[in-house]
Design a protein around this ligand. Structure first.
Ligand code: ATP
Ligand code: MG
Length: 399
């Protein structure tokens, strides 16, 4: 097959291919960008594979960065663009079912394509738009199939993360997983425990961001992958509750983890522990704890403006999306109106300070000052008092 026209992103990168070829080497567009272009999807990053060794690439271009030079990747900067150029390589010495500890640079494109995970990811395109398809990836793209390159069992033994990538691509592309590949995942799911949680996390979240996340999640459960992830062992039925929800898309990571906390029925410390196991960042964990608190309030029809304020108003849109996901009825307009009327964003916006409290009440500094300040803040948030120094002073004296 030959592409009728190279997509704009490839055309822009064409001078790079040409420069490499002029130096006597081969260069191709590879991986996700080829797959996505053939599917008519937008391309996000253009990866280039070459027979030139990293040092050779560095001698061809003026501006380069040693991104992952040990693994063969050099970033080349041209105009305002940067491209990752990776030397054809084979991988060996996979220990503990993780990424290889040894990569060998080779001069053959076919050898490079062989080490890739799925046939749809093992396509390459040359400067004329000719598609190199050694593993029938084009047929699988057409049939919407995720199929391991070579013997699935062996490929998952080499790198068990590929099992997560299979369900991730299924969710993103709305593809099916080919039967043998599926069986191999089922047989090897426990190997996932050998994989660093950060890598699983990345694929898991990408899966849930996919438009067909339910299909991915279904296989994540049915093929037994969930059993080997933190906090999901014995929780299949709870996880599967997510499959019986309306078709709502996850807007961000906070929504993802909060939804999980909710279906697993875990709150506060237990929820925090679960997210720590998944190495969720501090900021997102904080937002999730606050978002879940609000969600639970809404579920029990507690609509408390002070609690919404404390739990960070910014989380409200996520709570609304989660309410839709879990069929919790709320009056969005009314909630949004009330929330928009909260006069302050944080205690920093208060027109009175702790020092003012000390002066007005003629009291000594101490922990009670903080208590007074909180009472004043709550009074402002619930609009019992106007946020002006004079009004707050009067209110304080009446308290
Ligand atoms: P995305 O759209 O998410 O970037 P992608 O297919 O480009 O999808 P990357 O993780 O960017 O995925 O990897 C680029 C390419 O490298 C893949 O298309 C695949 O050919 C190869 N690849 C990536 N990870 C693996 C892996 N674990 N095992 C084998 N090949 C892999
Ligand atoms: Mg990519």
């Amino acid at each position: 097959m030959q592409l009728k026209q190279l997509p704009e992103d490839f055309q822009q990168a064409l001078p790079i291919l040409k420069s490499i070829e002029a130096a006597g080497f081969q260069a191709y567009f590879v991986g996700g960008s080829v797959r996505d272009h053939i599917l008519g999807l937008p391309i996000h990053d253009v990866d280039i594979a070459t027979s030139a060794y990293p040092e050779e690439i560095k001698s061809i271009f003026t501006h380069t960065i040693d991104t992952g030079i040990k693994h063969g990747t050099v970033t080349v900067l041209v105009d305002d663009h940067s491209y990752e150029i990776t030397t054809f390589r084979t991988e060996s010495g996979y220990q503990d079912y993780r990424r290889p500890d040894k990569v060998t640079f080779v001069r053959s494109l076919t050898d490079d394509l062989k080490r890739r995970d799925f046939t749809i990811n093992a396509l390459a395109v040359d400067h004329n738009g000719n598609v190199v398809d050694k593993f029938d990836g084009l047929t699988d793209l057409e049939n919407k199939l995720i199929k391991a390159v070579g013997v699935a069992e062996e490929r998952f033994h080499e790198d068990a993360l590929r099992m997560m990538r299979a369900v991730r691509f299924q969710a993103q592309l709305d593809f099916k997983i080919e039967e043998k590949t599926k069986q191999a995942i089922k047989d090897n799911a426990p190997l996932l425990e050998k994989i660093a949680i950060e890598r699983i996390h990345e694929e898991f979240v990408k899966m849930l961001f996919g438009k067909s996340w339910k299909k991915g999640l279904q296989n994540f459960c049915d093929l037994g992958l969930s059993q080997h992830c933190p906090g999901f062992n014995g929780q299949t039925a709870n996880l599967q509750n997510l499959l019986n929800t309306p078709d709502v898309l996850f807007v961000d990571e906070t929504m993802v983890w909060t939804a999980l906390g909710f279906v697993l029925g875990i709150e506060d410390e237990e929820f925090n522990h679960f997210m720590r196991q998944w190495k969720v960042s501090n900021k997102i964990r904080e937002d999730c704890l606050a978002t879940e608190r609000m969600l639970l309030d809404f579920q029990s029809e507690k609509f408390d403006i002070w609690s919404i304020y404390l739990n960070n108003v910014d989380n409200l849109s996520r709570v609304e999306a989660l309410c839709e996901l879990f069929g919790i009825k709320i009056n969005n307009q009314e909630v949004e109106k009330t929330v928009s009327e909260i006069p302050i964003k944080s205690s920093h916006d208060m027109k009175i300070t702790g020092k003012d409290v000390i002066d007005v009440l003629s009291i000594k500094p101490g922990p009670q000052i903080g208590q007074y300040m909180t009472m004043l803040e709550k009074a402002v948030v619930t609009r019992s008092v106007e946020n002006s120094f004079e009004e707050l002073k009067r209110y304080l004296l009446k308290m």
